[in-house]
Design a protein. Structure first.
Lengths: 316, 313
């Protein structure tokens, strides 16, 4: 069926110049609303190209051999059975997993409240100072991470030298890099909410603080939740900042371990296992994010597609 | 008149000032974030500038920052400019190579990403959720994991060479400094971001406009060229910016997929100078120069998204 349609498509395309001339223009020969099979085929090809290599990389994390490209049977050895080189027993790989989780948790706990408060304040204050700071925040969102990382590296090595390179420097850098997520998403939600709920609360006798805590924050909860998911997953995926700001094996997260071990050689399937663990962490987070966002926005008209794009950061 | 005025006032002036009642509350709420941005975003860039404009401690090979603008020296800047354009310059060719790689990779990304985003935004119908999950999946998978996947495939005895072997093509040394592997790696790494931005933009195009084109007798191809494509100019620009900006600071994709000096990009130079004793000042200058060049597209992007956000509100 697909092939037949594609052939018809091609025949139609050949007839196009003829259709353009004279009266035939008014008599369309093809159904203009037919399904674009060629386009759909292309989309599937793209999806296969983008996802199959990852599937293979996951597969090789279970390889019962040292190769990342020749299958030698199934085993859990690179996860936990190998007493030396598995993720569980190799201290470097082991601590990388813990460091990634730690960095994600710390960064989320600091960046989200900071960004939400910033968004609320900036959005309602509306002076030239507020606009200028909002602009700075947006610049931090689009600046290439390498340039920001270089600046961070210098500030911790020559100015704030009591912050040594390591976990603290990593967290400070990651918070700055990620604070724009809550700041942007909360401002977008504030724009769609309008001020009427707050004004109603004020009319009913609430002071500013009460209106904020009892009315605005609950209304913002989907946006706050979505930004927490984005920050957490962003830190799991982060590479440049942690690459520049780590100082020893104990504070090096998974992404940097994969990079520095694999570069210029065969790192072995234990790296695939590490990558698969990262993938699982993100997957669990995505599911929690999707389900949580749907639950928080129950009773609103939003669709599943909208929830999906919001927790991925495409709607902000 | 109103529209023209608001454009002229620019996006910084967002709304008329509100009465000052309760203003202190909002200032207090914003203050921690503002302080954080000053200390950990603005000050670091000043530190970078001060190191670039500073001197070198010749004994320790450490940079000596010049905090006072009156004490700024041009030493590092001249060294960097000499490396870019002087005799025996090594950064100049790397800049050209970076531009070539980034241009090729972003155009290829657009050629791959646009049809896919267009299909999902327009024609996926009831299967939109499924397609979106698949399109978004790479976004949730760590960049390094995705590069690792290609390192596995491209190894000398990897699946790609074994596939070529079936076609009686001799194995290719993909990971030994092959520019094709690096450009394809960049495409593979960044195309999900581009698709997501494109999808969000294309999804907002009113289908009625496209139907109108059809109703007025345009064929499928001409509707696309005359209606859809002009309407997607803004999303295309945004999507290209969102991929080009990070690509210009990329130093890890080529390290993962080649590691050869023959495929170095500007990011590798900066990263290398950062690690090399005595060269940190030059690294600071090079980062500052890159920032100055990119400031224009960055500000454009911020202004454009700000404008479209206000139009949506």
């Amino acid at each position: 069926m697909t092939a037949a349609r594609a052939t018809a498509d091609r025949a139609g395309a050949a007839a196009e110049p003829a259709a353009r001339s004279g009266a035939r223009r008014l008599l369309p020969q093809r159904n203009p609303w037919r399904h674009p099979w060629l386009l759909e085929g292309f989309t599937w090809l793209y999806l296969i190209w983008s996802l199959v290599p990852i599937g293979l990389a996951v597969l090789f994390s279970f390889n019962n051999g040292r190769s990342q490209s020749a299958w030698q049977g199934f085993s859990w050895r690179w996860y936990f059975s190998d007493p030396v080189n598995s993720v569980l027993h190799n201290p470097q790989l082991h601590s990388a997993v813990i460091q990634t989780v730690r960095l994600s948790a710390y960064t989320t706990l600091i960046a989200v409240p900071l960004g939400v408060a910033f968004a609320l304040g900036i959005n309602r204050w509306r002076g030239i100072t507020a606009s200028a700071f909002n602009f700075v925040m947006l610049l931090s969102f689009v600046i290439p991470e390498l340039i920001f990382g270089v600046a961070m590296f210098f500030v911790f090595t020559v100015l704030f030298t009591s912050v040594h390179l390591g976990t603290l420097a990593e967290v400070l850098g990651l918070v700055t890099w990620n604070v724009s997520w809550p700041a942007i998403i909360v401002q977008a939600r504030l724009a769609t909410l309008g001020r009427q709920y707050e004004e109603a609360a004020a009319d009913l006798g609430a002071n500013q603080f009460q209106a904020m805590r009892r009315v605005v924050l609950p209304l913002l909860s989907p946006a706050i939740f979505a930004s927490a998911v984005l920050v957490f997953s962003g830190v799991i995926d982060d590479f440049v900042l942690v690459d520049l700001l780590n100082s020893s094996a104990g504070n090096t997260p998974m992404s940097v371990i994969i990079y520095s071990t694999q570069r210029g050689g065969n790192g072995g399937p234990a790296l695939n296992a590490l990558g698969t663990i990262m993938l699982l962490m993100s997957l669990v987070l995505a599911i929690i994010g999707f389900a949580g966002y749907r639950w928080l926005t129950r009773g609103e008209r939003g669709s599943g597609v909208e929830a999906l794009t919001t927790i991925t950061g495409a709607e902000g | 008149m109103t529209a023209g005025q608001s454009t002229r006032r620019g996006w910084l002036a967002r709304a008329p000032a509100r009465p000052a009642t309760g203003r202190r509350f909002w200032v207090l709420l914003a203050a921690p974030g503002m302080l954080w941005l000053i200390l950990l975003f603005i000050v670091p860039f000043y530190a970078m500038l001060a190191i670039g404009a500073g001197q070198l401690n010749v004994v320790l090979q450490t940079p000596v920052p010049a905090w006072n603008p009156l004490a700024w020296s041009r030493g590092n800047l001249l060294l960097v400019l000499h490396d870019i354009g002087g005799t025996g310059a090594f950064i100049g060719p790397i800049i050209l190579r970076t531009l070539g790689y980034v241009a090729a990779a972003s155009l290829l990304s657009l050629l791959i990403g646009y049809p896919a985003a267009y299909f999902v935004a327009r024609f996926a119908g009831g299967r939109k959720g499924l397609f979106l999950v698949l399109l978004i999946a790479p976004f949730w998978i760590s960049y390094m994991m995705r590069m690792l996947a290609w390192v596995d495939l491209l190894q000398t005895n990897g699946y790609l060479n074994r596939g070529l072997n079936l076609l009686h093509i001799a194995p290719v040394n993909w990971l030994g400094g092959n520019p094709v592997a690096v450009v394809l790696g960049l495409v593979y790494g960044y195309v999900p971001y581009l698709i997501l931005v494109l999808y969000a933009g294309l999804d907002r195009i009113d289908p009625a406009l496209i139907e109108a084109g059809r109703d007025l007798g345009l064929g499928r191809a001409r509707t696309f060229l005359r209606v859809t494509l002009p309407l997607s100019r803004q999303p295309i620009l945004a999507a290209l910016l969102i991929t080009v900006l990070p690509m210009l600071g990329d130093y890890y994709t080529n390290q993962m997929l080649s590691g050869s000096a023959g495929t170095s990009m500007i990011g590798n130079v900066i990263n290398g100078q950062l690690q090399a004793p005595g060269l940190q000042g030059q690294g600071a200058v090079l980062s500052t120069l890159l920032l100055l060049v990119l400031l224009v597209p960055m500000i454009y992007y911020v202004a454009a998204t700000n404008r479209s956000a206000r139009e949506a509100a």
